[in-house]
Design a protein around this ligand. Structure first.
Ligand code: ADP
Ligand code: MG
Length: 285
């Protein structure tokens, strides 16, 4: 039978917008040693804004933006949404691709008007054998663009750290928990975010399967893991974590496999959830 205290714990959670899917998830949450989190949409708001556009000679910034937005128009990725928004704000017209492939953790390959357009990160460019200019240091995520096999320029987008994130990370650390970030974004942006928040461990440039490897490493090092994420790319690692936590604003696939759902997407409810789990444990004992 389910101890009565679990019902009260689940009830206390629901008052704060925390959905515990079972009593077992409350007990598992009490035992965690490390909180590992996705960056985009979990530690940050996931609202990217285009910062600057750098077009190669022979192409102007508006053309680069409209080509990229045409390729990104069908993607729900927050980076894609920001690029389409910027193009629409400038009144640029978009073209519907005749062929389209979204490569998870990398970007888009689209075909329209006799052009094959690639837009995504360094991994996509390397995967498609695009010769890139020498890398520059940039704050934010950079979307590189290539047209018909030739590098065409880049669009830099930036996201904002959630206002409650810093306080939540210190609350978790005060509980003696190790804090970590695992992201598909570039290592530079990952490290800057981790430094700002005071995270203990940071891993970037990760594909969905790399996040699972990272989880196993963190578990080996620190013990039971609460992993929190919001994307389709987080589903495998959420399923593998000792406790999987999903943001309410996240993808259905993430919410489905999670043990706990943070309905309001407010990071401070993560600390509330651990508090409820610890109090429930004391009562059950
Ligand atoms: P995160 O773990 O930060 O949520 P994702 O796995 O969703 O990241 O994406 C990882 C990286 O892949 C992004 O930072 C971006 O560089 C690239 N990427 C993914 N989808 C797209 C897209 N539609 N357009 C451009 N870049 C993309
Ligand atoms: Mg994400």
């Amino acid at each position: 039978s389910v101890p009565l205290a679990f019902f009260s714990g689940i009830g206390a959670g629901s008052k704060k917008g925390i959905l515990f899917k079972s009593g077992a998830s409350l007990e598992a949450l009490h035992d965690i040693k490390c909180v590992a989190m996705d960056k985009t949409g979990t530690l940050t708001l996931g609202n990217f804004v285009v910062q600057d556009i750098t077009a190669e000679t022979g192409m102007d910034a508006d053309t680069l933006l409209s080509i990229t937005a045409s390729a990104e128009a069908h993607s729900t990725h927050p980076i894609a949404v920001s690029i389409v928004t910027a193009a629409k704000e400038k009144g640029l017209s978009l073209v519907a691709p005749t062929a389209l492939e979204e490569k998870a953790g990398m970007g888009i390959v689209a075909t329209f008007e006799g052009k094959t357009v690639l837009c995504g990160n360094e991994k996509l460019m390397a995967d498609q054998a695009i010769t890139m200019p020498t890398q520059q240091t940039a704050i934010g995520s950079v979307v590189y663009v290539a047209v018909n096999g030739a590098y065409a320029g880049s669009i830099r987008v930036a996201d904002t750290i959630k206002p409650e994130a810093t306080a939540t990370i210190s609350a978790l650390k005060n509980r003696g928990l190790t804090t970590a970030m695992m992201t598909g974004d570039n290592l530079q942006t990952a490290e800057l975010t981790a430094q700002t928040l005071g995270l203990d461990d940071v891993r970037g440039n990760l594909l969905p399967t790399d996040k699972v490897d990272g989880l196993l490493e963190l578990r080996e090092k620190h013990g039971a893991i609460l992993y929190i994420g919001d994307g389709i790319n987080d589903a495998p690692v959420l399923a593998g974590a000792d406790v999987g936590g999903a943001m309410g604003s996240g993808a259905d696939a993430a919410i489905e496999v999670a043990d706990v759902v943070f309905m309001t997407s407010d990071l401070s409810t993560v600390d509330n959830a651990i508090d409820i789990a610890n109090k429930t444990h004391t009562i059950v004992r």
